[in-house]
Design a protein around this ligand. Structure first.
Ligand code: MLT
Length: 265
């Protein structure tokens, strides 16, 4: 674990392994801990970089949170780590929204994309309003509001109680101001549908069969619009594929990164 001063924030991150870089971006309102099984598997051959995005998990800096800022933070963190090579960029849900933004802003720094339990659409007006109200409620009543709201929709039907409890606890430890900032950043995010047809790097799409936040239909939509992408639907799993089915998820990610064309040096 380490903390870097990045663009006015104390950004918590972990780096494990050596080799071609893989950056893993967590969802809302989670932390990099969701990638621990994937990192354990990849670190023998890859340099895994796992930040907690500003304002969430163990990072601060929520006052400046926007999708653009989150993406710029990743670029600055890679600079801080002296990592100029194009990365495999993997994002779950909000992490996927950040990955789209990063791809638009730093196309040449992306070697491949992993779009996990995510989707490209902007918020509908009703959803946007709901997010802004949730942001206010979280600031007034604390992180528990969002932890309670998210828990019933985060996992598939068969997820063990212990897993639900663990992630409820993690969501509840993110600071209210960071959660509110992320809600506003998501409410203001750009439409990424036009980005899909511009993606020219190998792309892995994975979704849980029972994901109700970003369901398989939207994963199929991305697959149809991203040239040469591959799609995998993991059975009996919800929105948290990497923690609900760590073995199945990690096998897919590992096969994808192992199969990429060699990095130009
Ligand atoms: C996430 O898992 O990152 C969020 O649920 C995404 C969202 O609310 O749009």
């Amino acid at each position: 674990m380490a903390i870097a001063r990045i663009r006015g924030a104390n950004l918590y991150y972990e780096v494990a392994g050596n080799g071609d870089p893989v950056v893993l971006i967590h969802g809302f309102p989670l932390s990099g801990e969701m990638w621990s099984d994937a990192v354990a598997e990849l670190a023998d051959r890859y340099r895994c970089v796992v930040p907690d995005v500003r304002g969430l998990g163990r990072s601060d800096g929520e006052d400046l949170a926007t999708m653009r800022q989150y993406a710029d933070d990743i670029a600055s963190l890679l600079d801080h780590l002296n990592e100029p090579r194009p990365v495999v960029l993997v994002g779950l849900s909000m992490g996927g929204y950040i990955a789209f933004e990063f791809y638009r802003r730093y196309t040449r720094r992306v070697r491949a994309l992993g779009l996990i339990d995510t989707h490209p659409r902007p918020d509908a007006p009703e959803k946007r309003r709901e997010r802004l109200v949730s942001a206010e409620n979280t600031l007034r009543q604390g992180s528990i509001i969002m932890a309670d709201n998210m828990l019933p929709i985060l996992f598939g039907k068969q997820a063990p109680e212990a897993l639900r409890k663990k992630w409820h606890g993690i969501m509840n430890t993110s600071r209210p101001a960071g959660i509110a900032a992320a809600l506003r950043a998501m409410a203001d995010r750009e439409d990424s549908i036009p980005t899909l047809s511009t993606i020219r790097v190998p792309t892995l799409i994975v979704v849980g069969e029972e994901d109700v936040i970003t369901p398989p239909d939207v994963a199929k939509f991305m697959h149809e619009h991203i040239q040469g992408s591959e799609l995998h639907i993991i059975p009996r799993v919800g929105h948290m594929a990497p923690v609900e089915a760590p073995e199945a998820f990690t096998r897919l990610l590992r096969a994808f990164v192992d199969g990429l064309p060699p990095q130009a040096r």
